[in-house]
Design a binder for this molecule. Structure first.
Ligand SMILES: [Zn+2]
Length: 278
């Protein structure tokens, strides 16, 4: 579906035209996460087999620590059918005679697992400098509740009410039909994703103490409420949406959440590494 440029930007989703090699990955004999394909993106020459033990973990220390961040891979969802595309570009390569390997990072700050700041859609907040460097690490780190949203609905006021999230809970990760549909594992952006409606966002603001709002697709707001639901949240600069979380196979419940965005001065969003600790 073609979108007006501002909406495309809102949904992240930059498609880079740079070409890149897809090399078959070798996980050193240790099974990758079931949802990750074996192919990994590289932008240099096809690499030799990785060093023994090179692997990607989703859980650490016997599942005590769970990584709920999506790996930045070219197959992350993008605007078009082709996915995000590569974000890491190797500009110096030892395989090609350079004295070191050196890569550049080029990406929209709303790609993959990321945070939004209030300046994303409220110009006064942007001009006031409420950027990714000013986010409150107290909001981004602490006890959090992972809940399952009824699968037949957007996150409406009615759905919010049905979840009966107690007062005092400040951080909630909302798992929805998006996770069941594995939308973050599909290259093409899908506008039928589940998100907050305007009345759902308003209900959260009016009736809960939630400051960190985590969701499992690229926008906290349902597409039909893309601007209005975002703005309800952004009017409250102490609310931080965390988007594109990887909540597959994580039991609902209470965790210690740690989210650390990059200190991107002047940016209205940032990639973020989020983990749950039991
Ligand atoms: Zn965003």
């Amino acid at each position: 579906m073609s979108l007006p440029p501002p909406l495309m930007a809102t949904l992240l989703l930059a498609v880079t035209t740079a070409s890149c090699v897809l090399a078959a990955g070798d996980d050193g004999g240790i099974a990758a996460h079931p949802a990750y394909a074996d192919a990994v993106g590289t932008c240099g020459p096809a690499s030799a087999a990785p060093a023994a033990g090179a692997r990607r973990l989703e859980e650490y220390d016997g599942e005590r620590i769970v990584d709920i961040t999506h790996a930045y891979r070219p197959e992350l969802p993008g605007v078009g059918p082709d996915g995000l595309g590569p974000v890491v570009f190797q500009t110096m390569s030892m395989a090609n005679g350079s004295f070191c390997n050196l890569s550049e990072l080029r990406m929209v700050v709303h790609a993959g697992t990321h945070i939004d700041t209030p300046g994303h859609m409220i110009q006064e907040h942007f001009e006031a400098g409420l950027d990714a460097d000013k986010l409150d690490l107290v909001v981004l780190n602490g006890p959090a509740l992972l809940v399952d949203v009824p699968r037949n609905t957007n996150i409406t006021a009615e759905a919010m009410e049905s979840l009966k999230i107690p007062k005092g809970v400040r951080r909630v990760l909302f798992r929805t039909l998006n996770t069941d549909r594995k939308l973050m594992w599909k290259k093409a952006g899908d506008l039928s994703y589940v998100g907050f409606t305007e009345d759902g966002a308003q209900w959260l603001v009016d009736n809960t103490d939630i400051k960190l709002v985590g969701v499992d697709y690229l926008s906290v707001a349902a597409f039909d409420h893309l601007i209005s639901a975002h703005v309800v949240f952004f009017k409250n600069p102490d609310i931080i949406p965390v988007e594109g979380l990887k909540l597959d196979d994580v039991p609902a419940g209470i965790y210690n959440l740690h989210c650390l965005p990059l200190r991107l001065v002047g940016a209205e969003g940032s990639p973020v590494r989020c983990i749950l600790i039991k």
